[in-house]
Design a protein around this ligand. Structure first.
Ligand SMILES: Nc1ncnc2c1ncn2[C@@H]1O[C@H](COP(=O)(O)OP(=O)(O)OP(=O)(O)O)[C@@H](O)[C@H]1O
Length: 702
C-alpha cells in the first residue's frame, strides 16, 4: 500500500506552555520526535483522532494537550485534511512515496541484525561453499566411476588402477567436505545463539524503558513469549535457516547447471515442474506467516493465564478452583490446537505436493533418459549423475521453500520485537534536569487532573507538602490516594496541571534523579528472589555498600536501615541476613515483607518518603516500633502517609482529605475534628479506623 506522507505538527503555544523543554525545537521534529508517529494522507479525520487518542495522548507528557486539541480551531493547509476540532497543524510533505508494508525493508532490517556476527557468518558461508561444492561433485564422480566400470571390458589392471586413484581422491575430497560441514554448522549455531542473546538484551531493555501505563495494555505472558520464543526464532532464522537456505540455493543452481551441462533437453523436461512449485511455495509461505502470528498471540494469552494462576496457586487452592482452572486452560489450549491443525494441514499439503513434484522429476528423467541411453545419446554414468542431480534439485527446492517459510516466521517474530524495540516510552526512563543539590522536598500538586483509560479520577487537585512535615492522606477506598503517590513518583503524568518539586515541574527532571530522592513503600510491597540483604540493597543508589557513622561507629547503611525497620528478628535467625525471601517474598510473612520494604525505602536516605499504608500488615507491637522508627527518620523529610489507621493519622503534622478527585479538607487532626459536618469528621465517625485504645491494649499485652 503506497501512501503519501503527511507531517502532523503540534500547536506551539500549547506545547510550550505545557512543556517548556520543547521550546525552540521546530514543530515538525517536536511531533515526530516526541510522539514517534507519522500519519498518512488517506487517514480520515476520525482515524487521525483515534490515532491521537491511542498514541500521543494516553499517559504521555503531551497528555495535557488533549482537551485543547478538541477545543481550538484547526489550522490546516489542505482542505481535505480538515481536522475539525483537533488542534493540529498539518503540512503535506513532499510527495514522497512510502510503502507502508515494505517487505523488502523488513527483510533488510532482519538481516541487519546479523551485522555484529558478519565475520563468523562469513567464515560459515566459506565452509558452506566448500562443503556444497563437494556434495555437487558427488554425482559427477559417481557417473565417472560407473562409466569406468562399464567401459572396462579388456584391460582389468588399468581399470582397477584408474578406479583406485579416483576413489582415493574422492576420499580426500569427502573428508574435506565433512570438515567444512562441521565448521559451517558449528559457526552458524554459535552466531545464532549470540544473536538471540543480543536480541533478548535489547528487547528486555526496551520493555524496561516503557512507562507503567503501557504494561496495563500489554500482557506479561505476551512479553515473556516475545523475549523467549520470538528472539529464538529470529536468531535461528539468521543463522541456521540462512545457512540451510544458502545451501539449498547453491545446490539448486549448481544442480540445475550440471543438468543443463549434461543434457539440456533432458534438463528442460526435468525442471518444468519448478515454476508451479515455486508459486505454491510463495502462497504457502504467506499463509504460514499469518498462522504463526495468530498462534504466537494465542500462545501468549495461554501463558499469561497459566502464569497468573500458577503464581497465585494458594488463592486457587483456597477456593478449590483447581479443576476450573484446568478447564479454562484446556479451553485456551483448544484454540491453539485448532490453529495448529490448520498449520499442519498446510504443511502436510505443501510437503506432499513438493514430494510429488520431486518424484515426477525423477520419473520424467528416467523415462526420457532411459530412451536416450538406448539410442546412445547418453551413457549410463551420465544418466545416473543426471538422476542424482535431479534429486538434489528436487530436495533443494524443498529446502528453499522451507527457508522461505522459516523466513516468514522469523519476519513475523522480528516485527513483534520491533514493535517493542521501536516504541518511544511516553515517560522517559532517564534524561532531564539533574540538580546538583539535594532537594528541599517541597511538593506541590497544581490543578492536577488524571484518569485511568478515560475514567476520570483526579479532578483539578491542589495539594502542598511542606518540607520536614508529614501529611496523612485520607479518603474512602478507591478515591485515588495511591494514584497520587504514583503521580508524585512520575509513574504516570497528569493530563492537566503539574506537579512541582521545589518549584520545578517534575516532567523536566530526570526521573532517575527524582526517584532517587523519594522513598516509597507500596500498599502491597513486592520483594524479589534473593536474600534479605539483597532486597534491602535493592533500594540503595548503587551496589557499593555505603558506610555511615552511628554513635561514632561506622556501619553499613543497609544494616542501619534494617534495624530502623525493626528487622532484628530476621537478622537473628539461623541464616541471618542471607536468608532467602523466595519469589515475590513468599517465604516471609506479610509483616516481615512490609518491614523489609520499609528498610529498602529508607536505605538511600530519601528526602521524601511516601508510605502507602506502610504499616498495615504489622501487628500492633511491630507497628508501634516501626512508627517510632519512622518518626525518627521522618525528621527533616517530607512525608506523605496514605493512612487508614487512626494512630497514623493522629501522629501526622497535617491531614488532607481526598474526596471526589480533590482535596476537600486540609489541616491538623484537631482542627479537622472540630469542624462541624466536616468530611474528615464524618470519615472518622463512620469508617472502621482501628481504634487507638485497642492498639494500646494490644501493645500492653505483648
Ligand atoms: N491501572 C489501573 N487501571 C485502571 N484503573 C485503575 C488502575 N489503578 C487503579 N485504578 C482505579 O483507580 C481508582 C483509585 O485507585 P487507588 O489505588 O489510587 O485508590 P486508593 O484511594 O489508594 O484506594 P485504597 O484506599 O482502597 O487503597 C480505583 O477505582 C481503581 O479501581
Amino acid at each position: 500500500m503506497l501512501q503519501r506522507l503527511v507531517h502532523v505538527t503540534l500547536n506551539v503555544k500549547v506545547c510550550n506552555r505545557h512543556n517548556p523543554l520543547l521550546l525552540g525545537i521546530p514543530f515538525r521534529s517536536q511531533a515526530r520526535h516526541h510522539c514517534g508517529f507519522r500519519l498518512y494522507s488517506s487517514h480520515k479525520v476520525s482515524a487521525l483522532r483515534n490515532y491521537y487518542e491511542r498514541t500521543a495522548i494516553r499517559g504521555s507528557g503531551l497528555m495535557s494537550l488533549k482537551s485543547r486539541f478538541y477545543s481550538s480551531q484547526v489550522d490546516t493547509q489542505r482542505k481535505n485534511a480538515q481536522l475539525e476540532s483537533v488542534h493540529l497543524k498539518t503540512t503535506i510533505g513532499t510527495s514522497k512515496k512510502v510503502d507502508l508494508k515494505s517487505k523488502t525493508s523488513e527483510v533488510k532490517r532482519l538481516f541487519s541484525l546479523a551485522a555484529p556476527e558478519k565475520w563468523t557468518l562469513t567464515g560459515a558461508i566459506g565452509f558452506l561453499i566448500v562443503s556444497s561444492s563437494v556434495t555437487i561433485a558427488v554425482p559427477f564422480s559417481l557417473g565417472k566411476v560407473l562409466d569406468i566400470i562399464y567401459s572396462s571390458t579388456n584391460d582389468l589392471g588399468a581399470t582397477t588402477e584408474r578406479l583406485d586413484s579416483l576413489c582415493l581422491m574422492l576420499c580426500g575430497v569427502f573428508l574435506l567436505g565433512g570438515l567444512c560441514n562441521f565448521g559451517r554448522v558449528y559457526l552458524m549455531s554459535i552466531s545464532g545463539q549470540r544473536m538471540t542473546q543480543a536480541l533478548r538484551k535489547q528487547a528486555y531493555a526496551a520493555i524496561m524503558r516503557q512507562e507503567p501505563a503501557w504494561f496495563h495494555r500489554t500482557s506479561t505472558g505476551e512479553l515473556v513469549n516475545r523475549l523467549s520464543a520470538d528472539t529464538q526464532l529470529v536468531g535461528r532464522n539468521l543463522s541456521q535457516n540462512v545457512s540451510d537456505g544458502l545451501r539449498s540455493l547453491l545446490m539448486t543452481v549448481a544442480g540445475a547447471g550440471m543438468m543443463f551441462y549434461m543434457s539440456p533437453s533432458l534438463a528442460f523436461i526435468g525442471l518444468c515442474v519448478v515454476p508451479p512449485v515455486s508459486m505454491l511455495a510463495v502462497i504457502y509461505g504467506r499463509f504460514v506467516r499469518s498462522i504463526t502470528r495468530q498462534l504466537q498471540t494465542t500462545l501468549a494469552d495461554t501463558s499469561e493465564l497459566a502464569e497468573e494462576k500458577i503464581s497465585n496457586i494458594k488463592t486457587v487452592k483456597a477456593f478449590s478452583k483447581e479443576a476450573k482452572e484446568c478447564e479454562s486452560y484446556a479451553q485456551r489450549i483448544e484454540t491453539v490446537l485448532k490453529l495448529a491443525y490448520k498449520e499442519s494441514l498446510a504443511v502436510g499439503s505443501f510437503y506432499g505436493m513438493t514430494g510429488l513434484a520431486g518424484n515426477t522429476i525423477i520419473l520424467l528423467v528416467l523415462y526420457y533418459g532411459g530412451g536416450m541411453v538406448a539410442t546412445e545419446q547418453l551413457t549410463v554414468g551420465h544418466l545416473t549423475s543426471f538422476l542424482l542431480y535431479a534429486a538434489y534439485v528436487g530436495i533443494s527446492i524443498g529446502g528453499l521453500s522451507g527457508f522461505y517459510t522459516e523466513l516468514n516466521k522469523g519476519l513475523g517474530a522480528a516485527t513483534r520485537l520491533w514493535e517493542i524495540m521501536d516504541r518511544k516510552p511516553l515517560i522517559p526512563s532517564i534524561g532531564g534536569l539533574r540538580p546538583e543539590t539535594r532537594p528541599k522536598g517541597e511538593i506541590v500538586l497544581e490543578n492536577v487532573t488524571f484518569s485511568y483509560q478515560g475514567a476520570p479520577l483526579i479532578r483539578g487537585m491542589n495539594l502542598h507538602l511542606t518540607p520536614g512535615k508529614s501529611i496523612a492522606l485520607v479518603g474512602r477506598s478507591g478515591c485515588g490516594k495511591s494514584t497520587i503517590a504514583s503521580l508524585i513518583l512520575r509513574l504516570y503524568d497528569p493530563e492537566e496541571g503539574r506537579i512541582l518539586l521545589d518549584g520545578v515541574d517534575i516532567r523536566h527532571l530526570d526521573p532517575v534523579w527524582l526517584r532517587s530522592h523519594i522513598g516509597y513503600v507500596s500498599q502491597e510491597p513486592v520483594l524479589f528472589s534473593g536474600s534479605i540483604k539483597d532486597n534491602i540493597m535493592y533500594g540503595a543508589l548503587d551496589d557499593r555498600e555505603e558506610m555511615i557513622e552511628i554513635n561514632g561507629k561506622m556501619e553499613p547503611a543497609w544494616l542501619v536501615a534494617a534495624r530502623t525497620a525493626q528487622l532484628q528478628d530476621l537478622g537473628a535467625s539461623r541464616a541471618g541476613w542471607r536468608r532467602e525471601v523466595g519469589a515475590g517474598g513468599s517465604h516471609l510473612s506479610g509483616g516481615q515483607k512490609q518491614r523489609v520494604a520499609i528498610a529498602r525505602a529508607i536505605v538511600k536516605n530519601p528526602k521524601i518518603l511516601i508510605l502507602d499504608e506502610a504499616t498495615s500488615a504489622l501487628d500492633a507491637y511491630s507497628e508501634f516500633l516501626v512508627d517510632k522508627a519512622l518518626k525518627d527518620i521522618s525528621k527533616d523529610r517530607t512525608v506523605l502517609t496514605i493512612a487508614h489507621r487512626l494512630s497514623t493519622i493522629q501522629s501526622a503534622d497535617e491531614v488532607a482529605v481526598v474526596d471526589n478527585g480533590c482535596i476537600v479538607e486540609q489541616g491538623t487532626y484537631t482542627d479537622l475534628m472540630s469542624k462541624e459536618n466536616g468530611v474528615f469528621k464524618e470519615l472518622i465517625t463512620h469508617q472502621t479506623f482501628a481504634s487507638k485504645s485497642r492498639e494500646k491494649n494490644e501493645i500492653q499485652n505483648q
